[in-house]
Every structure is written in C-alpha cells, then in structure tokens.
Write a protein that binds this ligand. Structure first.
Ligand code: URA
Length: 435
C-alpha cells in the first residue's frame, strides 16, 4: 500500500477498508508515514468524513497502536471521563478526585491543548515537579495505590493518537466527528476503563458548534464504547460561554483548587455533579441520580475530594506547596482589565475567540515544538446575563507584558455582544445520551 493512494481515496470521498486504516495507523505510529502525509489524510477526513465502520476501525487501530491495559488484577473496576474539548474546561481537575474519593478508581489519560481549547495535561504541568509522562507500570501503580491517575499519552498507550493529536492541533484538522470520536475513544479503550462518561460540548467554545453535531458525536462514541463492552454515557453540555471564569493553564488549576475547597464556580460544580452522577450510576454504586449526587456532595463538602487530589499530585511528583497555596503557581506579570464598551447585559461570549486569544498570549501552541506559557490567560469578570456598566471590567487579561495585553484587546472585544435588555443565560446541561 502507499499512503498517497489512501489520501487520494479519502480526498475523492471513498471509504477506506479496515486493512487500509490499520496499515495507515500502524505505519504512522512506527514513523514510516511522515507527518505531511498524515496531515493531508486528516484534512481529507475533515472534508469528506468517515462512515461508522471506518470510525470504529480507526478507533481500534489507534487503541491497539500501543498496550491495551487490563487493570482488573489491581482493582475490580475503573472509571473514566473525557471531554470533547472546550474553553475554560477544567472539569477533570475537580471531577476525577470527586469520583475517586467515593471509591471508584479513576485511570485517566488526558490530552494537551487542542486547537483553541486547553488540555488537562498542560494545565496540570503548571504545578512544579508534576509528571504526566508515566510508564504503563507507573500508571498501574498509581491506580492501585492512590485510586487516581491523570497521565499524558505515552509511547505505551495509544501512541498513534498521541502523534495524530499533536498534528491535528497545528494543522486545523480538529473539527471532525470521526477524528474526535476515534481520538477520545481510543484512549478510553486503551486504558481499560469499565465505565466511561463523555462530556460532549457544543456551542461557540466547542469543536461542535451545534447541538445536532454534538448529539451525533455523542452517539458515535457511545456506540463505539458499548460495542467494545464498556458501560458508557454522554452528557451534552453547553459551551455557549466558557466554563467557570478562568481560561489559561495555571489560572484554571487555581480555579479548580478553589472548587475542590468549596469555592465554586457554580457551573463547574454543577457539571461535575452531573458527570459524576453518571459514573456513580454506571458503576452501580448508587441506584439513582439523587443518591449519586448526595454521595458526591458529601466528598466535596467533607474535604475527601481535596485530599484525594493532593494525594494524586504528590504521587505524580508535584510540589504540594504550590497546591496548598495556589497563589504561588506561575502568575503573569501583566494583569490588565478589558473595559465594557457600553452599559447593558452580557448577551454572548464567544469562547472560540477567547481560546484563540489565550493561545496568542502563549497559552497554546502554533507549532508542535512550541512551549506554552502556563502563566497567561483570561479571567472573566462577567458572564452571560450579568449587567455591566460602561468601563467596568468584562475580563482581566493575564499576559507576559502590557504590550501583549494591548495587542489582543481589539480581538477580545469582538467576543462580546452586550444587549440593552436583560438576557437569560443558556442552560448548562442539555441531555444525557445513553447506550
Ligand atoms: N479530546 C481528544 O482527546 N481528542 C479530540 O480530538 C478532541 C478532544
């Protein structure tokens, strides 16, 4: 086979056979197919799509490109969560310890920033000393000893997705239902999770802009997971504005720590309750939603979730001094407010624009080899529905220099619509898609 022929076949709208997909993914993971051919193929998929059989084949080929973990010798069952990506989405940092604290071992492989959205691994790495590049053995040990691990993709686990994910980040090939579904589910299958909840986001700050596309993505992923024998459900959640207030790596860690210690923000906590309740029910720990929520509320209020988070950070080498006192986390030297151009009610906040600005400040990558700046980002001071007066801050820009902050100001203003009359904030949770 030749990669160029498979690229042409997809470019012309053909369906690749199972053998062709396996050959392409194995060859890419082994370094026999170069990035430039893989990017051309990924762009052909973005433009032409894949049918359900191709998407399932792609998922399995990426999952099997490395080890397939079976953790049942260590714990009876593991649970996992994955988001399809959104702006300000620090859900894992709160949800994973909550779920681990109720006694469900969390074995999670997370991603780095992707397109205009941040990634949990980049966020966690703003904690000095913290390691996310764990071997399969270290991953196993963390599940056994702590009951919670959040690791980056390694050479051992779904290495094909690791390479393709980094490539898609910088080649404008993120927004594709089959590529997202295969990327997410290959990681979930490779880490051996028995129960999986998917946070499928839609809206301006997500890769799926419409609810219909998010539903299609959710159904595709739930079907792949169920077919592989896993218990899966998906929550369709709104990204019609960023989640919480903070956008940017260290800023989001700080916000998540606040939430673990009982300080909100309300939308982040509400989303974690909904996702967590799904996992608690999938795992059979509680029979219904109310009982599952009560259990999660207990570990949040008692400090048990916070204690589990600190155990995970310590186990992965993170310096706890920075977590106990998050004001010590890397902070940007320039912090400058963006004033509201007129009085009224915040009607829309375009998450994609804010995510792109965060990247432009240094919070994301334009090329694979770029290093990110954990300090930079944005902190919202008003959310949709809030009343603002002319000159009051819409957000605070956290930048490496005042000049950087000034440079992004015009673009930031385009992210806002301010209405004269009152505005109702969009609902956070739309629906749950079950198998
Ligand atoms: N998360 C992933 O792991 N992959 C995607 O493609 C999008 C979100």
């Amino acid at each position: 086979m030749r990669a160029v022929d498979l690229i042409a076949k997809k470019r012309d709208g053909g369906a690749l056979t199972s053998a062709e997909i396996a050959w392409l993914i194995t060859g890419y993971a082994a370094g026999n197919i170069p990035d430039y051919q893989m990017s051309a193929w990924a762009m052909a998929v973005v433009l032409r799509g894949m049918d359900d059989r191709e998407t399932a084949d792609l998922t399995m080929a990426m999952a099997r490109s490395g080890d397939m973990l079976d953790l049942h010798g260590l714990v009876p069952l593991t649970v996992d969560k994955h988001s399809t990506g959104g702006v300000g989405d620090k859900t894992t940092l709160l949800l994973a310890p909550m779920v681990a604290a109720v006694g469900l071992p969390v074995a999670k492989m997370s991603g780095r920033g992707l397109g205009f959205s941040g990634g949990t691994i980049d966020k966690l790495e703003s904690i000095p000393g913290l390691r996310t590049n764990l071997s399969a053995e270290e991953f196993r040990r963390a599940v056994r000893d702590v009951g919670l691990v959040v690791a980056a993709q390694s050479g051992d686990l779904a290495p094909a997705d690791k390479k393709l994910y980094a490539l898609r980040d910088v080649t404008a090939t993120v927004e594709s239902i089959p590529l997202i579904a295969a990327s997410v589910m290959s990681k979930k299958l490779a880490t051996g999770a028995d129960c999986i909840v998917l946070d499928v986001k839609y809206g301006s700050g997500a890769f799926m802009h419409t609810l219909a596309d998010a539903r299609a993505l959710a159904r595709t992923m739930v079907a792949i997971g169920s077919h592989a024998g896993r218990r899966v459900s998906a929550v369709l959640s709104s990204m019609q504005q960023p989640l919480g207030f903070a956008i940017g790596n260290a800023l989001e860690v700080r916000e998540a720590i606040g939430a673990l210690r009982g300080g909100g923000p309300a939308d982040l906590v509400a989303l974690c309750m909904t996702l967590g309740a799904q996992l608690v029910q999938l795992a059979g720990l509680r029979p219904d939603e109310d009982a599952a929520r009560a259990l999660l509320r207990e570990v949040l209020d008692s400090g048990a979730a916070w204690a589990t988070f600190t155990q995970m950070i310590a186990n992965q080498g993170g310096d706890l001094a920075f977590v106990e006192d998050p004001s010590r986390l890397p902070a940007a030297p320039a912090q400058i407010d963006l004033p509201a151009p007129r009085s009224g009610y915040v009607a829309t906040i375009d998450g994609q624009t804010l995510g792109l600005v965060c990247n432009a400040l240094g919070g994301g990558r334009a090329r694979i080899e770029d290093r990110i700046d954990p300090r930079v980002g944005l902190v919202l001071r008003a959310k949709v529905g809030d009343r603002v007066t002319e000159g009051s801050p819409l957000l605070t820009i956290h930048a490496a220099s005042p000049a950087d902050a000034q440079r992004v100001t015009p673009q930031l203003l385009t992210a806002y619509a301010i209405a004269a009359g009152s505005v109702i904030a969009p609902a956070l949770i739309e629906e749950v898609v079950s198998a």
